[in-house]
Design a protein around this ligand. Structure first.
Ligand SMILES: Nc1ncnc2c1ncn2[C@@H]1O[C@H](COP(=O)(O)OP(=O)(O)OP(=O)(O)O)[C@@H](O)[C@H]1O
Ligand SMILES: [Mg+2]
Length: 201
């Protein structure tokens, strides 16, 4: 049986880019959960608020991923911002990719996303939503946080591989605090004003 190496994070943090390169480097498969949901029709209904995304059927999705892991001789890289649907016993490590909210905002705007969707995701990154959900599902020993800000993919991969090989435990969760960093940059008040009230577009 293979275990899941989860690459989790807010949309746009670089999960696919990292997961693809890691998968080549380790010679193991990479599954993108959002793609799997579409390809295998593992969704229940269309989310009307976000018309371009589908609501996954969590039970079917979990079953499908567990099945892939049980039938795999090797570990599998699983990418998703809601990867916390995999039972903890199937998880080797959950790597949370973090990105400075301002850089994330630029990336999401480049995708042409709506103002509401951009703000929702930037705020979610600033407030550690993804990290919280990963900690609740897998526990602190399996969760690793990687700051991808101003790093190239090779540097990010090195940090992930060090953690997977157990060389160090430098990336224990909780050390990344965007609000503190934004405050040190003198932009906290402006940031919160801009993002905390999401108007209906
Ligand atoms: N380390 C990096 N440095 C600079 N740009 C990067 C880096 N990693 C990813 N990018 C760029 O950021 C954008 C988003 O990357 P990617 O699609 O990998 O994110 P994602 O987390 O998989 O997004 P989604 O949640 O929508 O699947 C892409 O244009 C990608 O080229
Ligand atoms: Mg992706």
């Amino acid at each position: 049986m293979g275990k899941a190496i989860i690459i989790q994070g807010t949309p746009g943090t670089g999960k696919s880019t990292i997961a693809e390169r890691l998968s080549k480097k380790l010679g193991i498969k990479h599954i993108d959960i959002s793609r799997l949901v579409i390809e295998e029709k593992l969704y229940v209904e269309v989310d009307r608020e976000r018309s371009d995304s589908k609501v996954a059927n969590i039970d079917k999705l979990t079953e499908k991923i567990v099945n892939i892991l049980e039938n795999s001789g090797k570990d599998v890289i699983v990418e998703g911002h809601y990867a916390d649907i995999i039972p903890e016993k199937y998880v080797k490590k959950a790597v949370i990719i973090r990105l400075h909210p301002e850089i994330l905002e630029k990336r999401l705007r480049m995708r042409g996303w709506s103002e509401k969707k951009v703000r929702e995701n930037v705020l979610s990154e600033a407030l550690d939503e993804c990290l919280i959900s990963a900690l609740q599902t897998y526990g602190i020993d399996k969760v690793v946080e990687i700051d991808a800000t101003n790093k190239n993919v090779e540097e990010i991969l090195r940090e992930i591989l060090d953690e997977l090989e157990g060389k160090n435990r430098k990336h224990v969760p909780g050390r990344i605090d965007w609000l503190k960093i934004i405050e040190a940059e003198g932009k906290l008040e402006e940031f919160l004003k801009r993002y905390s009230k999401i108007r209906e577009e």
